[in-house]
Design a binder for this molecule. Sequence first.
Ligand SMILES: [Zn+2]
Length: 242
Amino acid sequence: LDRCIVGLAPRSGCRVVDLSFVLFEGMPVWVGQPGFLCERVMSVPGDDYTLHVVRRLSTHQGTHVDAPLHFVAGGRGVDELGVESFVGEGVVVDLSGKGPGEEITVADIQEYVPVIRKGDVVLLHTGWDKRAGSGDDYLFEYPYLVEESARFLAGLGIRALGVDTLSVAGWDGTAPHGPVARAGSPAETHRILLREGVILVEVLRNLGVVLDGERSRRGFFVFAPVTIRGAEAGPCRALAFV
Ligand SMILES: [Zn+2]
């Protein structure tokens, strides 16, 4: 691990895993947000050069970072956080035993307390990234944190929390799909973490590749968002060095 951290350069014996989704039109997005829209406005050879214009991109589409401002009034935006907020040592833990619409409980996390260190980046592997595009189970019925488990994680003094689902908290909307999260408030689940300064990374993928059959695996992680002035979130390219 040390050889990965020094200079952050991938060296022999260090794998780099891409934890980000590719953005494309028609990709699954949080229901209610306008879909991703990108247009090629110039093309080689006819126009001499190629140029794309992103016409529409919510700050929460694809793999992205949530800053405190997302749910905390007066909280810092993605442009106000130091870059050190977006890199760090940490651990991926296996929660792939969770079924559709299941809560991630304090007991689920307690199992991993011995491998979680203060200041860690903690990434929860549910395997839901594999369901992207499959419909309701990906959009609404993913395993999710409740207030109690968010409070427990924040209490461990972690630096960042990442999930391979659309959100850290459950779907509690009524249309086009009925509520999945029935206990507590998804907004409060976010707030508990963001108020404590825990940066959130959502819509990750390939956490199972990092685990490579283990229940937990330490590594060094980078999840630097695009900096948009005044924004509460930003799409990011997330990488694991393991
Ligand atoms: Zn978000």
